[in-house]
Design a protein around this ligand. Structure first.
Ligand code: NAP
Length: 254
């Protein structure tokens, strides 16, 4: 796909990986729609100041009407949707069961809220973003691309029952949609980042924990948001890529 003047909608686009992707697609000449719960106007203004084309829209990916309104905003502003990146995601880590060492009895459980909050954003949010973007592409007679953010945690990570389940579900949607939507000229691919230096990962990170992470990553460092953005650009440019997940992890495995 040639990226100049293509309309690219990015959920969670005001921070971290989403913002890096917005900047990178804008540098390719794309028209970027930054869709996030907050910070959209500042993020879009930053891209425009750097010479790119960008518009911001407040979007909560958990909400069907909000996601539909986001695709309508893209269509009203730039004429349609060519690429949608379902990037918005949250962490609510915790053990399935916490056992008290002294008594050997279960002292705490992962709550249904902790489970549901992550599923609502990371799974339902991706479902709604993909569905509404594909509908806009088909109705607008545009061939298109869906990029879904999974994670290395899709394999099943300690302390991440909720997050791992959501990110494995994203892979299933990638394959299902690559089959269902190919006849409309729509490709779907996922990216599974390892540990990336973004607010999500860095905000509560202690220096000791950071050192420990570096030791288990073969390249000896965390990834940069720009490197995940580069992965998205590769997917967008190579029309043969669909129905797969590209792991960008610095060699790390769970
Ligand atoms: P980030 O810096 O926290 O950015 C995520 C953005 O999504 C934030 O602006 C966040 O807003 C927004 N968001 C949260 N809930 C939303 C909702 N309901 N609707 C719309 N936007 C919402 O995180 P990131 O590290 O860039 O992560 C981006 C994606 O990559 C996520 O799907 C994440 O799971 C995935 N990923 C990240 C890593 C990593 O190491 N960083 C690794 C693997 C996968 P708030 O700040 O208000 O929550």
């Amino acid at each position: 796909m040639e990226l100049k003047d293509k309309v690219v909608v990015i959920t969670g686009g005001a921070s971290g990986i989403g913002l890096a992707m917005a900047q990178r697609f804008a540098a390719e000449g794309s028209k970027v729609v930054i869709a996030d719960v907050k910070g959209v106007d500042e993020a879009a203004a930053g891209i425009r100041e750097a010479g790119g084309q960008a518009a911001g829209v407040v979007c909560d990916v958990r909400d069907e009407a909000s996601v539909a309104a986001t695709m309508k905003f893209a269509t009203d502003t730039w004429g349609g949707v060519d690429v949608a990146i379902a990037n918005a995601g949250i962490l609510r880590d915790g053990l399935l069961l916490r056992v008290d060492k002294a008594t050997g009895m279960v002292a705490d459980r992962m709550s249904v809220k902790q489970w549901q909050d992550v599923i609502d954003v990371n799974l339902t949010g991706v479902f709604l973003t993909g569905r509404e973007a594909a509908a806009a592409m088909i109705d607008g007679r545009r061939r298109g691309l869906l990029i879904l953010l999974s994670s290395i945690s899709k394999e099943g990570n300690f302390g991440q029952t909720n997050y791992s389940a959501s990110k494995a579900g994203v892979i299933a949607m990638t394959v299902a949609w690559s089959r269902e939507l190919a006849r409309f000229g729509i490709r779907t691919a996922a990216i599974a980042p390892g540990f990336i230096e973004t607010p999500m990962v860095m905000k509560d990170m202690k220096p000791e924990a950071l050192e420990k992470f570096k030791q288990i990553i073969p390249i000896g460092r965390l990834g940069k948001p720009e490197e995940i953005a580069e992965t998205a650009i590769f997917i967008a440019k190579c029309d043969l890529v669909t129905g797969v997940c590209i792991e960008a992890t610095g060699g790390m495995r769970l």
